[in-house]
Each structure stands twice: as C-alpha cells, then as structure tokens.
Design a protein around this ligand. Structure first.
Ligand code: CTP
Length: 407
C-alpha cells in the first residue's frame, strides 16, 4: 500500500486570496450584497466595489467602502490619478467580476456591448469571468426582451446565477429575487475548479437510513452524511450533473444538485435503481442499515416489565445488486466503514460487490469517520491501494474524484 503524506489538513476557503470586483446596480436588493462582502472578506477574499449611479440611490458607497476596506469606484471620469484608468485597471487586478444585483437595464446594456458608464466599460474591457445575479420585478424578468438579453449574455460567455422565487419587494410574488449567497458562492468556487466532470451524470448516496420499529422508534446509525454531501458539492463544482439520494441528515441540500430525500433502505434502493440507469459514475457513500425490524408495530410498543427482543430482517445490499448488474462504461464506487484491517476488508468488499473502487473509512479515529469535518481514507482498487492523508471532507472528496477520473 502506498501512503500520500504530502498534504496537511486544509479547512481554508477555496476562494482565499482571490480578488472579486463587485459591480452593484440600482435595485432594492443592493443592501443584501453588503452581507456578501462581509462573507467574502471573512474568508480572506479581496473585494473592490464599483457602483452605478442608480445603486447609490439605494445604498451609500460609504457602506461598501467600510465593509470591503477598499476604495469604491463610481465615476468613469474621475480625475483622481488612481481612478483615471479604472475602467481598464480594475479588472486586471481582479480574478472575477460579480454583478449583483443586476438590473434589467444593466443586463440589457451588457448584452449589447454598451459602455456608457464605469461598470459597463469595465465589463467590456475585462478578460476575466463575469458572474451575473439578476434581481427585478417578476414581470420585468419574464418580459421577452429580458429573457432574450439573458440568453444573449449566456451566449457571450457570462455566467448567470438564476434568480430565486418568492415575495418580491414590490409586493408581487414570483421569480426575480436576488439569488441566495450559497448558490452565488458555489458558482464563484466552481470558476476556480477544474471542469473535468462536465457531461457526466453522477449518482451519490449519503447519510444513514432509518428503519422504523413503531411510530416513534427506529434503528439507524451515526452517519452524518457529510462525506456524501461533500462529494455531491465538489462534483457539481467540477461541472457534473449530480443526483444525491440522501437519508435523514441535518445538512442543507447542496446547491446545483438534485437531492432526493429518503428514509429507509428499501426507499433508497428504489430510487438508486431508478437513477442508476443512465449514470456514468455511482458513488455509494451512504451507511445503509444492514437490518430492519422484521415486524413494524403500528401502535407504540409499551413496556410491560418484561425483556423484549427485536427480530431483524436483512436489508438488500444495494451496492452488491448494482455490482451484479453492471452496465458497461459506468464506474461503480463503494465505501467501507471499518475499524481494523482496512486494506484487507476493502479488498474483500471490492471483489464481493464487484466494484471499481472501495473508499475505506476508519471509523475508530476521532478525526475520521462519523460526524467530523475531516477524514482519512484508503482507496482500494484492482491495481493497488492508496492511503490519503488526513484532509477536510471537501478535500477528501476532490481527491476521490481525481482518483475516479484515472480509473
Ligand atoms: N451498502 C449497500 N446496501 C447495504 C449495505 C451497504 O449499498 N444494505 C453499501 C454502502 O453504501 C457502502 C458499501 O455497501 O458503499 C459497504 O458498506 P458497509 O456497511 O461498510 O459494508 P457492509 O456491506 O454492510 O458489510 P459489513 O457491515 O459486514 O462490513
């Protein structure tokens, strides 16, 4: 077995050290991006703000200056020496331009290559990715002119984070809300990730299953779902179409991932078999309960002073079933939760379940396995095994994708 000791535990943000040029335009949602600046600077991301005249009607430049710690740029014809060539230099010093909120008017101007203020001129002169976060009244958004402008912007290579739906500031309801920060953050991170999973449909399972005994009790295990969710998030960042089938966990569904919630092993099996038909890669990170109570009691079981025994029935092994009915071209990956003989147990499961890779988790160490932010896994495949160093679950997930791509 080889061991990779070259990394230390990294919990740093994937955006650390990057510079974001934030373009704020005239929408009531402008106040929301003040919170985004705080979130970015807290992760050691540099933020420089440029504002349109209309944006200044909603939020003072002083707010953005204080939060970013940088000069706020507003005027194309500013005569101060450092601002004189801002329309060219601002994007040279940034890694990405984020336009949020982006009004219908700003999108129309950008879609047609106009350069009639500082923000639009900066964007036209930029050679870096531009991410647009629209925010407007729902009728403005659904107007054919805006829809065409959005399509045109995407065709020109701009990245658009779709607006959310809900109550709008104008009192109407519908699509048009500024997208939530979580989705915008994922979009920004994906710009700095290799897009090596584009075109792949990836099916991932995560979390525990719950096997009900009566209306209030169930059998389950300590899986938190963090490893499976990290795999889903990182695969989406790397461009994959991801379906996550998750047992009950206390985690938010990852952005840009289709998440299906299940409870029991039998429900998980049903969804997995359905979703696996056209998957290119299947990763079974879920801790599926091996047994379920043989008889479900419809009424709550009452104590009566006697010892009770629970009869158990074995659940179907979903991974082994997928391994038995292998489809050519589909990569199948299983996990193994082990307390000892990691490599040997992993190799047994590799053969027994007929899979391409087993990721062995050490469940006894306090820094690996259940409900912690880090993991140390051993990758076992037909050609050998590799022990990864102790890493964050997100970094572990990325190393697993790197390995899967070599299979
Ligand atoms: N698995 C599955 N269906 C089950 C049990 C496990 O699909 N009923 C999958 C898990 O998602 C994981 C792999 O099989 O990818 C190994 O799970 P693990 O619990 O480590 O192994 P078991 O097969 O249950 O074997 P044992 O508990 O005896 O070690």
């Amino acid at each position: 077995m080889s061991a990779d000791k070259g990394h230390s535990v990294s919990t740093t943000s994937p955006l650390r050290g990057k510079n974001v040029l934030l373009g704020v335009t005239g929408s009531i949602a402008a106040f929301k991006v003040a919170g985004w600046i705080h979130a970015l600077t807290a992760q050691s991301v540099g933020v420089t703000v440029m504002m349109t005249g209309a944006a200044e009607r909603f939020v003072s430049s002083l707010t953005f200056g204080a939060l970013s710690g940088n000069t706020v740029y507003r005027d194309m014809f500013d005569e101060e020496p450092e601002k004189l060539m801002a329309h060219i230099t601002l994007s040279r010093e940034a890694d990405v331009i984020l336009i949020a909120p982006a009004t219908a008017h700003t999108m129309a101007r950008l879609a047609h290559g106009m350069a009639d203020d500082l923000l639009s001129t900066v964007v036209l002169a930029a050679k870096i990715p531009v991410v647009i976060c629209p925010a407007m009244n729902t009728n403005m958004l659904s107007h054919p002119a805006t829809r065409q402008n959005l399509e045109r912007l995407q065709g020109l290579g701009y990245q658009v984070v779709p607006p959310d739906s809900g109550n709008l500031a104008c009192g109407e309801e519908g699509a048009g809300r500024l997208p939530e920060w979580e989705g915008v953050y994922e979009k920004l991170v994906s710009l700095f990730c290799p897009q090596d999973l584009v075109g792949k449909k990836i099916l991932i399972t995560a979390g525990p299953t719950r096997e009900p005994l009566d209306p209030v009790r169930f059998l389950s295990n300590r899986s938190s779902g963090k490893m499976g969710h990290a795999l889903a998030r990182t695969a989406a960042r790397r461009g994959a179409e991801v379906v996550l089938i998750s047992g009950p966990v206390a985690l938010a569904a990852p952005c840009f991932v289709t998440t299906l919630q299940v409870t029991t092993a039998l429900e998980m099996r049903e969804h997995v078999l359905q979703q696996s038909r056209d998957a290119d890669i299947i990763v079974k990170a879920a801790a599926v309960a091996d047994f379920r109570p043989k008889n479900y009691q419809k009424q709550k079981i009452k104590k009566n002073g006697e010892n009770r025994q629970i009869a158990l029935k074995e659940n179907p092994d979903i991974l082994a079933e997928l391994g038995k009915n292998r489809r050519a071209g589909c990569v199948l990956v299983g996990f193994a939760a082990e307390s000892r003989n990691h490599e040997k147990e992993g190799r047994n499961k590799l053969k027994r379940k007929n899979v391409d890779l087993i990721v062995v988790n050490d469940i006894l160490s306090p820094t690996t396995g259940f409900d912690v932010e880090t993991n140390q896994v051993t990758l076992v495949d037909k050609s050998g095994s590799l022990q990864l160093p102790l890493l964050s679950k997100v970094d572990t997930a990325n190393r697993i994708w790197d390995h899967i791509l070599t299979l």
